[in-house]
Every structure is written in structure tokens, then in C-alpha cells.
Write a protein that binds this ligand. Structure first.
Ligand code: HEC
Length: 250
């Protein structure tokens, strides 16, 4: 018994290292999300998608519904009617009704809190991740993802996007060992949206997640415009002043 313990620790460490190496090796190029926090309609559409499709499993502990009303230019009644699907009160945080322990049992991993996910992963990563699910009969939930290999999250938007299948290619390395490599995804069953529409849906959703990760950014950006106008005005005044001062000199 005593001799096995250290060895299993070693195995665990080795597994951890090889897992990290695999994850790092499987870097896929990311598509540009091109989000625009100045586009309020996009953030509002994203919020509606988020509460309908994501909040069943994910929480955003740091986000209050009342803040949503304030920032998204909505009345509290509009938020209560359209965005609160969990029975929460307007002053409460946007938490999921699902118990994280249940998620671990059902999906093999807890659904992480998404409050600051756009800051930790980046918008391009999110945009690519949410468009890169494919069917994989070898996974317990039947789905896999090219960006997050062996992800435990099912493709919750498959009815919109449709079903993607992997395209494999046999590649031989310099030692003569050949293996199947995933090179592309193809849309095997179309969904309710075209590819362009689905891209826009995901852009809206990611724009919302970007806002949620840093709600103050919204105000900062609108304030930035005024700061620039203020500077422009004072540059102009300084210029007039200069003309005035130098008029007598010439
Ligand atoms: C049925 C439950 C469920 C729903 C609904 C769901 N997710 Fe997930 N999600 C999970 C689980 C479980 C994980 C953990 C996956 C893992 O670590 O392998 C996850 C992971 C993620 C991650 C990766 C987090 C990270 O950094 O590793 C993101 C991003 C994410 N979900 C976004 C979303 C968005 C956006 C939606 C709505 C469109 C959504 N999820 C809907 C269960 C769900």
C-alpha cells in the first residue's frame, strides 16, 4: 500500500503534464470575432440568446439583472419579462438554477461561471469555440470541439447551426508513422440558420459576453467620444489664441 501511493501520484503528475502538452499542441487558428460594444442592438440580442441558451447551466455571479437594465437601456419591467427566466428578482445576480454538482455528474465537468470568460479566454477564442462543435461518437455526450478538445459541453445551439462532421486526412510524419488528422469541419445537416446568420448570432452572443466581462467598458467607450471632442475643441481654441497672439508680431 505504502509503495503504491507515490507511484500513483507520479502517474497523476505525468498524466497532467501530457494532458497540458496535448492541449497546447492542438492549437487551432482563431477567427476574428469583430465584436462592437458600441452596437447596443447586438448586445441586447446577445443577452436574450445568453439567458435562453446558456444560463440553464452557467452562472454569472458578478452580474446583476438590475445592472443589465441600466446598461442595456431597458426598463426593469422589460428585463423581468424577457430576460429573467429563472424566477430571480431584479436585484439578484444572474445565477443558473442548475446545481454545479449535478453538472459534474451529467457532463463530467462543472459548467464554469461565465462572468469574466471574455477576459480570460478572449473574444476570438469564444467566437471560434461556439462555431466549432462537431459530432463525435467516441465522446460520452456525442459532441467534441476543435478549440477545446474533448470538451464536456454539448453543442446547445445545434438546431441553429446544424450538425458539423469532422473531415479527417491521413498524414505521415518523417518517421513514416501515419495517423488520422482532423483538417476541417463540414456541415452535414443544415440548421435553422445559414452560415452567415449563425456567425452573426455568435457575434451577438460574444459581444454580450464581452460586455458582461467588463460592464464599465460600455460607459468608458461612450465617455471616450466626449473626451476626444473636448480635446478637439480646446486644440481649436488654442489655435485661435495663437493666431491672436502672433497677429501683431508679423
Ligand atoms: C447543458 C449545459 C450547458 C449549457 C446549456 C451551456 N454550457 Fe457551456 N459548458 C458546459 C460544461 C459542462 C462546460 C465545461 C466543459 C469542459 O470543461 O470540458 C462548459 C464550458 C463552456 C465554456 C468553456 C469555458 C472554459 O474556459 O473552459 C464556455 C466559453 C461556455 N461553456 C460557454 C457557453 C455558452 C456561451 C453557452 C450558451 C450558448 C453555454 N456554454 C451553454 C455546459 C453547458
Amino acid at each position: 500500500m505504502k509503495r503504491i501511493a507515490p507511484r500513483s501520484t507520479l502517474t497523476a503528475v505525468l498524466l497532467l503534464i501530457s494532458g497540458t502538452a496535448l492541449a497546447a499542441g492542438a492549437k487551432v487558428p482563431l477567427d476574428q470575432a469583430q465584436t462592437d460594444l458600441g452596437n447596443m442592438a447586438s448586445i441586447q440580442r446577445g443577452a436574450a440568446l445568453y439567458v435562453n441558451y446558456c444560463q440553464g447551466c452557467h452562472s454569472a455571479e458578478y452580474m446583476l439583472y438590475s445592472r443589465l437594465a441600466e446598461d442595456l437601456e431597458l426598463t426593469e419591467e422589460q428585463v423581468e419579462r424577457n430576460l429573467i427566466l429563472t424566477g430571480a428578482k431584479i436585484g439578484e445576480p444572474m445565477v443558473s438554477t442548475m446545481d454545479p454538482a449535478d453538472a459534474t455528474v451529467w457532463f463530467g465537468a462543472p459548467a464554469p461561471d461565465l462572468s469574466v470568460i471574455a477576459r480570460s479566454r478572449g473574444v476570438d477564442w469564444l467566437y471560434t469555440y461556439l462555431r466549432s462543435f462537431y459530432v463525435d461518437p467516441n465522446r460520452p455526450i456525442g459532441w467534441n470541439n476543435t478549440v477545446l478538445a474533448n470538451a464536456s459541453m454539448p453543442h446547445v445551439l445545434w438546431q441553429l447551426q446544424g450538425i458539423q462532421e469532422p473531415v479527417f486526412e491521413t498524414q505521415t510524419d518523417e518517421t513514416g508513422v501515419s495517423k488520422e488528422v482532423l483538417v476541417d469541419l463540414k456541415l452535414a445537416t443544415p440548421g435553422a440558420q445559414t452560415e452567415a446568420e449563425y456567425d452573426r448570432t455568435i457575434r451577438d452572443l460574444v459581444t454580450y459576453l464581452e460586455y458582461q466581462s467588463e460592464p464599465a467598458k460600455l460607459k468608458r467607450e461612450s465617455m471616450g467620444v466626449w473626451v476626444l471632442l473636448y480635446l478637439a475643441l480646446f486644440t481649436f481654441l488654442a489655435y485661435l489664441l495663437k493666431l491672436e497672439f502672433w497677429r501683431d508680431v508679423h
